[in-house]
Design a protein around this ligand. Structure first.
Ligand SMILES: [Zn+2]
Length: 108
């Protein structure tokens, strides 16, 4: 489980998300692949290193609207998927929580 804090606003939103506010995002990244000769798919440390460097470091303590036109949880999750795959990992699922009980899931 990874975490980052970030601000955003969704001007099209009819409710309170139109205003500037922040979230403590929680992120789960699942990778896929065959089990190799050493009995693992991928070292957990390698997954963590990629996600921390490519995703958490990029988003943590930012204003997400500076990075994306419409930073909804759904579009963030798709962006994270593409970013992790571009770093060489085969993604099987992304789960992104905006709040303790609001989560989006992207699967292959
Ligand atoms: Zn929000």
């Amino acid at each position: 489980m990874f975490a980052f804090e970030a601000a955003h606003q969704l001007p099209w939103h009819a409710g309170k998300c139109a205003g500037l506010h922040g979230h403590g995002y929680r992120l789960e990244v699942t990778v896929e692949g065959p089990v190799g000769p050493q009995g693992i798919v991928l070292d957990f440390a390698e997954v963590a290193e990629v996600v921390e460097r490519e995703v958490v470091a990029r988003f943590d303590h930012t204003y997400l609207n500076d990075l994306m036109d419409n930073p909804t949880a759904e579009l963030l999750a798709h962006d994270i998927w593409k970013t992790v795959e571009a770093a060489g990992l085969t993604v099987g699922r992304i789960r992104l929580w905006e709040t303790a009980d609001s989560m989006v899931e992207v699967t292959a």
